[in-house]
Design a protein around this ligand. Sequence first.
Ligand SMILES: [Zn+2]
Length: 529
Amino acid sequence: MYSLLIKGGNIIDGTGNPAYKADLAVQGDKIVAIEPTIEAAAEKVIEADGLFVAPGFIDIHTHTDRSIFEFPLADSKVLQGVTTDVTGNCGIGLFPVASARKTELENYLGMVKGKLPEGGISWTDLNGFAAAVESVNPGINLVPLVPHGSLRIAVMGSSDRKPTDQEMQDMEIILADCLNQGAWGMSTGLIYPPGSFAKTDELVRLAQVLARYGAIYSSHVRGESGTLLQAVDEAIQIGRESGTTVEVSHLKAIGKPNWGNGVKALQMIEEARRQGVDIWADQYPYEASSTSLTALIPAWAHDGGVAAMLQRLVDPSCKEKLITGIGLEMNVRGGADRVLIAGLAAGADQELVGKTVQQIAEILGLTPEETVMQLTIDAKGGVSAVYFSIGEEDLETILKNPDVAVGSDGSGINPTTAEKATHPRSYGTFARVLGRYVREKKLLTWESAVRKMTLLPAQRLGLKDRGMLQAGLAADITVFNPDTVTDCAVFENPHQFAQGFEYVVVNGILAAEHGRLTGATAGRVLRKA
Ligand SMILES: [Zn+2]
């Protein structure tokens, strides 16, 4: 007797091979058989006629490591077919922790969503973080990366300088410790302080540690607008000099003057791969990006961390230089009417959420640059923003590429979040690729799209037991309706679950049934062997 039997569905197995009709049987947490017909009994039988049966989606780029404590079921992810979230991205995450710098780290984490657990951070390493996650009974699997920004804070705080020899060695040792505990790689966020303070040689040294463990180097590169191509070149150099696998996160070119460079960056990545560098990319399917409003504040003003930046924002002697820097960056991103405030931390006027910087400037009677400063001061740096600044042609060319993985850059949340405006990608990424770009625009086949969400990210991470439908592998399965799969979340109304995901199975347990969560908590923190 099987625990679960999925009958009569079209199997899209994750490899990119054509779909075929078959039954699929699960016993415990494993797929045990895929046959034209399976007659044996099962505790639970799902009739999947007319539905696609795919591996559970692996979201290679998420920030669910903080939100998991507030939303352990990761509702917005499961209801778009995701069964595994890769966490610790963009250099931001919840370990490693040096006790003396815990507050500094917690301030840094203001950039990502979700409440920290009661009492804040109470661990120092991956083992402690994983135990904390497992204590809240997660509904999906997490694949933790070591965030370089957090690593740097643990060793040398937020200062804008090179590490000393001793600090460099300490970072290498702590990184190796995390990898020994089962981390899958390291991420960098080279536009965010303190990651932005790191020079290439520091990153090569750390990537060499990754190479020894066969672990991935995943990077939000040093620039995604005017300096995108140099930034991708740096990622290629890190791959070449370290020999480790490189993943360029959320590939895009921000700002109208730079449209077309997204495609050029993709060509550089493919050319480097032909020359033997193991470099890849992922992408989310939206024309707007979302990050902290502080991305508009010039780099020099971030030296010393959030508290020091807030000091400079109220220092009259810095004002002129700040206004010039903010104005330049805002222009590159398309102007004040293309920057939407998506969330404001306590202390700021919540009525301003959902409005553009231009609209808020008019309400407050300030210039747009002053508005950016005022909002940042009021919310103590906790301002998230959406930037409508990505070209559709770059987006579609990158999306059509069969070797670019799908990654949301979002978090597993649900509509009870205090953050009423958010980027719809947390709810809609995978559904949008399937509904809008496969079914409607026919930019790629179902099989190719599913591979970009499953086997492709699994192979890059070295996740050997997931990403494919095959007897013996983990039973992470997504059953969706190709006629109805749709993303419903939009910028004006983002807290809308995707549709068309009939059943989602995590480690053999039904996490969603008839498009609703079951409440099951079968997720795990996965460790690299
Ligand atoms: Zn990023």
